[in-house]
Ligand binder design. Sequence first.
Ligand SMILES: C[S@@+](CC[C@H](N)C(=O)[O-])C[C@H]1O[C@@H](n2cnc3c(N)ncnc32)[C@H](O)[C@@H]1O
Length: 467
Amino acid sequence: MNDQTATRHGRRRPDRRSGTEATRDDSNDVPGLAARQAAAKLLAAVIDARTPLDGLTDHDHGHPGFRALDMRDRALVRATLATALRYRGTIARLIARRLERPLPPNAHQLSHVLHVAAAQILFLDIPDSAAVDLAVTHAKSDPRTARFSGLVNGVLRGIARDKADALPAELDRQDDAPEWFRDRLAAAYGASKARAILAAHRVEAPVDFTVKSNPERWALAFGGIVLPTGSVRVERLATGVTELPGFADGAWWVQDAAASLPARLLGDVARQRVADLCAAPGGKTAQLVLAGAEVTALDSSRNRLKRLDENLQRLRLPATLAEGDALKYEPDAPFDAVLVDAPCSSTGTVRRHPDVPWTKAPEDIAKLADLQSRLLASAARMVRPGGRLVFSNCSLDPAEGELLVAAFLAEHPEVALDPIQPGEVAGADPFIVSNGTIRTTPADLDLGRPEISGLDGFFAARFLCLP
Ligand SMILES: C[S@@+](CC[C@H](N)C(=O)[O-])C[C@H]1O[C@@H](n2cnc3c(N)ncnc32)[C@H](O)[C@@H]1O
């Protein structure tokens, strides 16, 4: 049976792959086994080595075990990993309930085999029998787990048998993310909002598009809606974005509605010299060029700048590109306006990148906040007197947003906060907080339309560089 196309309610053929008979690594002979093995390896890379999932599942440069799979198996691996990470706490507890004693702390591989199969049994449309049998074969194929194949069989069969009764209560506990992350969200947003954010993190994000013109037309073409911010939102895409109409013509680009706000905070930039200091892959550069600015797009990563170049060429939106470190960059003349969309913990994008809470740690947030403060100070030196500066990032953590800005203002009397005013930027009013900065979270549904799901977590502040 092909488990990618099988549905939970589909007809089940007798499984002739008697997993309990397998004693060797027969990943080439057993359909679906290579995908399970790749999923467990990638889960190990994320959980044990804190390697970001995006790079591991890149079609050209990803993990060799992933690249060896055909496209359908790659899709299965991606879906399995996203699910295993989104529901990691729930899955761990359901596994633990089936064990007489906890797994030894060094039984990492066994844990990954169980998590991959349990994610499929609990949340994916894969027949339980196929998921269990393949997990047993998988365990037997690896000397580190072979002697636990009986345990794998027993635990997973138990989970499959009890899931209708046991799953709802475990899901209700809403503690799938690591403790440090849950604690920081609760400290920043309070228990109730933190819970809502964590609930939103379980749901795959919609796809938002920034369109050059006529959002209603594109919403109709894509089967989506126009958000109050002007972005076009499609809850679930039936095809890849490159197959959508308008892609080759450069009529639009993918950009979360929250990510479209910072560039617009610079106001009317037509004919102004604007620097986008952390520019790649270029969503905000494209907005600024479209708004008529002469944009210098700087980024320290050559590869990412190459992607920005390709994106702007497709969009037919010209900018001056520069590879360099924004901490050292010295423009020929000060800019009228500068945008710093700083590298951050990306905790606002967990819906799209469920590995983030598992690959980042509080120390990373502290380091990134320090880098961001230095980038902001460097950016302020590049703005002409009277010019505007916008700082933004896709972190949910106040250390990278609200607290950082308060400290920056205290240390830089030559810069003043320029509060964002209600009515200034379409769709942004619900996200303006009391001091005139912007904060969005995936739990913000207050777009005036209850059917619209949330936004990426973003922070943005605008400053005036005093004459
Ligand atoms: C959050 S991404 C920017 C996203 C981009 N603004 C957009 O809207 O598509 C941060 C970018 O900052 C770049 N970066 C990191 N440190 C930098 C530095 N010191 N100078 C310039 N760019 C830097 C990274 O390479 C990365 O492309």
